[in-house]
Design a binder for this molecule. Structure first.
Ligand code: MN
Length: 412
């Protein structure tokens, strides 16, 4: 497919991608846009050209603070919108090409949180990550808890503190238990960490009391984003027994602004790891449910402005796939809503440079990670930005996620 619009080689936002997001400019309020190369297609302005007229979509759906109303139109319509934009961008005489106010350069736009997040669930679905954590904190010869290979372990996270790329966060304070002490202290966390994850946005409501099968689960996934599940390891360690993570996680999670549709990722499906022992019937699935998505994490210290990639991983390593997560999440009758975010859990691979958190890379703070500016890290320091990137590539077709970047500021 060739487009008349300039798309830099290696752009994440190729003609095959066309992700959705919420943007604003100096002139215009928040609205739905589609990324293409270094530009944004304004869907409100596009709708006014009548290019979606058979779909009969109200302007309010596009002139909106969030994608929720758009997603709520259903995949029949949202996929059609993507197809029409694709046609318009390949047709030399299209209405979009002839218009003057539809194409906005990305550098003139501000990106916003794409969805109003209802609920946020975080899984723990990478076997390499769970094995590393289990080896460090429990027993290296028996690192996985007995349930781990039988169900996708997860917990309900905090939705209100999910923020978009570009928003700085503050080092959280809280209770920690010092080593060799018998009482906790109140302090700034000394062990701020990222978790390299991918999130997916629920695209369809399900009803209370019903469950979603693995075969039907794809119909409930609108699209995916990069997800940095910020963690305060020292707070987490003291608080998490017996109900799981709380304040050590809830201070912030950062996501990338462009939602890549599950349809745009279809060509990059691959088989996942063999699951052994065999899972219960409701977790069995057909077809290719993993995705080959290259992921990386970089640290950028503010003082030197020299970036270092500290982790290269891949979403294909996930032991539990999204369909299984959705089937499990709803097997008890729990309902899902448009705009809910599910996150994968930290995505680690087998090699030491593919671990998706500083906790693993520094092996519990025991090993220094050398940065290109000559400094070293065991955890994230004040004024460090953490940048995550992700892309798929096959047969010279690239579909990428852009980045999620946020800077850690000192405690208030
Ligand atoms: Mn997490």
């Amino acid at each position: 497919m060739n487009s008349w619009i300039d798309i830099p080689k290696n752009s994440d936002f190729s003609i095959y991608n066309l992700p959705f997001g919420i943007f604003s400019t100096n002139k215009n309020s928040k609205r739905v846009g589609v990324a293409i190369g270094n530009n944004i297609i304004d869907l409100l302005a596009s709708n006014k050209l009548d290019i979606f007229k058979d779909l009969n979509i109200n302007n309010n759906v596009f002139e909106n603070n969030f994608l929720n109303d758009f997603i709520n139109l259903g995949k029949n319509k949202t996929n059609k919108v993507r197809e029409i934009i694709q046609q318009q961008l390949t047709d030399e005489s299209s209405k979009i090409k002839m218009s003057t106010d539809v194409i906005i350069p990305m550098n003139e736009a501000e990106m916003h949180l794409p969805v109003k997040v209802g609920d946020y669930t975080d899984f723990y679905s990478s076997i390499e990550h769970a094995t590393n954590i289990g080896s460090m904190f429990r027993d290296p010869s028996n690192p996985l808890l007995p349930n781990w290979r039988h169900l996708p372990v997860g917990y309900h996270g905090r939705a209100s503190s999910i923020i978009v790329s570009g928003i700085d966060i503050f080092r959280p304070q809280g209770q920690v238990m010092p080593i060799d002490s018998d009482k906790p202290v109140f302090t700034s966390s000394k062990r701020i960490d990222f978790e390299l994850e991918m999130g997916y946005i629920i695209g369809k409501n399900s009803s209370l009391g019903s469950s979603i099968t693995t075969d039907d689960a794809d119909n409930y996934i609108f699209g995916k984003v990069l997800f940095n599940d910020w963690s305060a390891r020292d707070i987490q360690k003291w608080e998490y027994v017996p109900l799981g993570p709380f304040l050590g996680k809830s201070f912030a999670s950062s996501i990338s602004p462009w939602v890549v549709t599950i349809e745009a990722l279809d060509n990059f499906r691959v088989a996942g790891p063999i699951q052994n022992p065999e899972v219960l019937d409701y977790l069995k699935f057909n077809g290719l449910k993993n995705y080959d998505i290259n992921l990386s994490v970089s640290i950028l210290p503010e003082k030197t402005n020299i970036v270092t990639i500290v982790c290269k991983s891949n979403f294909k390593y996930m032991y539990w796939n999204m369909s299984q997560q959705i089937a499990h999440h709803t097997i008890n009758g729990c309902n899902l809503n448009v705009g809910d975010i599910m996150a994968s859990g930290t995505i680690s691979g087998k090699s030491k440079d593919s671990y998706g958190s500083m906790l693993e890379l520094s092996w519990g703070g025991k090993k220094n990670i050398e940065l290109n500016d000559g400094s070293s890290r065991t955890f994230i320091e004040d004024y460090d930005s953490v940048i995550m990137r992700g892309y798929c590539e096959k047969d010279n077709i690239r579909v990428g996620f852009g980045e999620v970047k946020s800077k850690l500021l000192p405690s208030i």
